[in-house]
Design a protein around this ligand. Structure first.
Ligand code: HEC
Ligand code: HEC
Length: 156
């Protein structure tokens, strides 16, 4: 798992090290600033891919392994691109509206990775609570409650 993540990171970096393959002009930006610098857009796209543990064709029309010049990045034919756009708008709103007013000591920004952590499907709930002790059904109250609580709190 870790290895394949590292490998795909490497492949993405390799793919992006030939920027001549990327279009010069962007024609269908609806959430990112339309005048975004090319290098900044590439950084964003790298962080999307790394955040979700996917490669460019997860959201863009194009064939894995083919040069990026053969991709159609502007088209919205892939449903994941539309989802990603909504997610991006959500992240930008959190970063510009909510986090600055959250009373944190230092200004911070979240990213796709904050939730996704390298996975397409972030966990929706916290991990299950630990199983009950042997002989006790889930949800059942413990059979014996200790009668006396320790009188002194142990010194730490
Ligand atoms: C998780 C989905 C996702 C991944 C993965 C992704 N992109 Fe994107 N990409 C988007 C979205 C969404 C937009 C449109 C943003 C907007 O509307 O402001 C976009 C826009 C672009 C554009 C601008 C297209 C135009 O003309 O409007 C380029 C170029 C691009 N991506 C390249 C890449 C490359 C290269 C990779 C792989 C490193 C990549 N993307 C990975 C979601 C993704
Ligand atoms: C606040 C948490 C959160 C953040 C931040 C977040 N996502 Fe998501 N994302 C989710 C959840 C939850 C799902 C639904 C997972 C599921 O279907 O179980 C999801 C699903 C997706 C999917 C669909 C994946 C699939 O296989 O169906 C895409 C694409 C996606 N997110 C892109 C992004 C991108 C790009 C960013 C950063 C711009 C981002 N997300 C940031 C929570 C988040």
């Amino acid at each position: 798992m870790r290895h394949s993540l590292r490998l795909s990171a490497l492949l993405i970096i390799l793919a992006l090290s030939s920027p001549a393959q990327m279009p010069e002009k962007f024609t269908n930006l609806q959430v990112l600033p339309k005048d975004i610098k090319r290098a900044q857009l590439i950084d964003k796209m790298k962080s999307f891919a790394m955040g979700l543990g996917v490669r460019c064709p997860f959201c863009h029309v194009g064939e894995e392994g083919k040069p990026l010049s053969t991709f159609d990045f502007a088209t919205d034919d892939k449903p994941n691109k539309a989802i990603a756009r909504k997610m991006l708008a959500m992240v930008m709103e959190i970063n510009t509206k909510h986090l600055p007013n959250a009373g944190l000591d230092e200004p911070i920004e979240i990213s796709c990775y904050t939730c996704h952590r390298g996975s397409k499907e972030p966990a929706l709930t916290s991990p299950m609570p630990p199983p009950p002790p042997a002989g006790q059904a889930p949800g059942e109250k413990p059979k014996e409650t200790p009668k006396e609580q320790p009188k002194e709190t142990p010194k730490l």
